[in-house]
Design a protein around this ligand. Sequence first.
Ligand code: HEC
Length: 172
Amino acid sequence: MKIVTTTLGVITLAVLALLAVMYTGAFNIATAWEDPALLRWVLVTTRESSIERRAQTVQAPDLDVTNRINNGFHRYREACALCHTPPGGKLSPLAKGLNPEPPDLSKGEDVMSDAEVFWVLKNGIRMTGMPAWSPAYSDQELWDIVAFLKALPDLGTEGYRALDSKWPPGRK
Ligand code: HEC
């Protein structure tokens, strides 16, 4: 019986503490505030586990298909380059203000599987500024972007600039 009373007491205190944080404004909601290491660890671990679990049912198609990289470049150029700095580019004013900062996807440091990248593109990452792209693009287009991102580190600045020189589509 004592253990039940103690447990209920602890739960009540935890709920009261949470409500106090919510209603007193004690938590700093500012983007410009650098996350303390503990909060950062909680957020990153939660994000990684969530993406890993949800991407398990995603089946990657053949990404080695002509035109996928080119189509993916067009989507990346119109929708991603403003936040995810392209090779040889500079962090945009928008990207500078985001917390967490959007990673440079051209460095090949991404350890995510193709299925995980697809899941992230389709669904976005809550509370980070990374949008969900499923309202804008079909699954086919999202896989094109995944194929482009896989090729991006090997393209380098020169390869990327060669594609960019023909942007927007139709430019002579
Ligand atoms: C408004 C800014 C913004 C735009 C536009 C944007 N992203 Fe992001 N993206 C982010 C941020 C911020 C993160 C970091 C999230 C985090 O650290 O949890 C992110 C994370 C990612 C990740 C996960 C990388 C990793 O290692 O965790 C991928 C992949 C990605 N974005 C791809 C894209 C693609 C492809 C597009 C375009 C279709 C795009 N993003 C457009 C802001 C943006």
